[in-house]
Design a protein around this ligand. Structure first.
Ligand code: IPM
Ligand code: MG
Length: 370
């Protein structure tokens, strides 16, 4: 298989976590006979510095005509004072909207080796495997009217939470379809006791559920869900929710697993999927080779699975990550007593080398690849 992948390294730790991810993908290519061509383009603060805009047309064009997009991270203090339209974060919103990526999949799965890195007790988090399905191109992130306007006494800032039947139907469909491949339980999260848009959300999700009677549907208010996620996260399989609630709950779900640096995400919906770790650009640690590249590397695995239908190859990456953790290697964010501290690039090399050289992990699987 031959694929062209747009690589948007972006800002902060983005340029540090991208190379390990590309090396790991190359290793999979070598091992399994695929060829991946990586086409870099500028995005975020880097693009603002070079072109004045966070998402140059050229970048959008390159991304839209490739087979998938890998994104590191965008943003940093340097660009915080800019008007909204020029902020690095706008690039993300632009890519999501322009590429039609209405569904964001954020799996929070605990690697058993990291149970002690979590701030929660082992007995609470043992075995958690939650998938947050976040609506990504609607809701208050994109609703109009929005703005800040002058009033006689000061200012008035406003945004609009808005969802249509079509938007809710398509994200609910993704949630039910995904749940069918998992434990067949969907928890839909809303604020239907207060918000009209949530009332519609709940009604439409319930209607879509009619055609998925083999999947269990539960409804939960977002405040309760925030609490239940730390009280008893094992009760969840697939969580489906709005753009804003999903933004918040996916950070919370990520932290259950020990470090936000571990978690990948997939943004899908149209032809070209985009894959990025769920963490940000972490400017405070950028440039020191201490960032955890695993979320980025695992995003590459999600790309193989969701965009290229290379499930076995994605498994290889995930198994290699697990193997390296089992060998005791840790980046700083997941370090615990008795483990071996390594930097960003070294962690990448270790995972890459398992894929290339470790027959005990790989060969039986590789055979299945034919
Ligand atoms: C995320 C991030 C983004 C979001 C920001 C950087 C725009 O927090 O992907 O979760 O809010 O969607
Ligand atoms: Mg977020």
């Amino acid at each position: 298989m031959k694929k062209t992948i747009t690589v948007l390294a972006g800002d902060g730790i983005g340029p540090e976590i991208i190379p390990p991810a590309l090396n790991v993908l190359q290793a999979v290519g070598t091992r399994c006979g695929h060829s991946f061509e990586f086409v870099p383009a500028v995005v975020g603060g880097q693009a603002v510095d070079e072109t004045g805009w966070p998402l140059p047309n050229e970048t959008l064009k390159v991304a839209g005509s490739s087979d998938a997009v890998l994104l590191g991270a965008v943003g940093g203090p340097k660009w915080e004072g800019l008007e909204y339209e020029r902020r690095p974060e706008r690039a993300l919103l632009g890519l999501r909207a322009q590429l039609g990526l209405f569904a964001n999949l954020r799996p929070a799965k605990l690697y058993a080796e990291l149970a002690d890195a979590s701030t929660l007790k082992r007995e609470v988090i043992d075995g958690i495997d939650v998938l947050v399905v976040r609506e990504l191109t609607g809701g208050i992130y994109f609703g109009t009217p929005k703005g800040v306007e002058a009033t006689p006494t000061g200012h008035r800032g406003f945004n609009t939470e808005v969802y249509t039947t079509e938007e809710i139907t398509r994200i609910a469909t993704i949630a039910f379809e995904t749940a069918r491949k998992r434990r067949r339980l969907v928890t839909s999260v809303d604020k239907a006791n207060v918000l009209e848009s949530s009332e519609l959300w709940r009604k439409v999700v319930t209607e879509v559920h009619q055609t998925y009677q083999d999947v269990e549907l539960r409804h939960m208010y977002v405040d309760n869900c925030a609490m239940q996620l730390i009280r008893n996260p094992r009760q969840f399989d697939v969580l489906v929710t709005t753009n804003l609630f999903g933004d918040i709950l996916s950070d919370e779900a990520a932290m259950l697993t020990g470090s936000i640096g571990m978690l990948p995400s997939a943004s899908v919906g149209a032809n070209v999927g985009m894959y990025e770790p769920i963490h940000g650009s972490a400017p405070d640690i950028a440039g020191h080779d201490v960032a955890n590249p695993i979320g980025m590397i695992a995003s590459g695995a999600m790309m193989l699975r969701h965009s290229f239908d290379l499930g076995k190859e994605a498994d290889l990456i995930e198994r290699a990550i697990q193997r390296v953790l089992a060998q005791g290697y840790r980046t700083k964010d997941i370090e615990s007593p008795g483990t071996k501290l390594v930097g960003t690039q070294e962690m990448g090399r270790l995972i890459q080398s398992v894929i290339l050289n470790d027959p005990s992990v790989i060969l039986s699987e590789a055979k299945d690849l034919g």
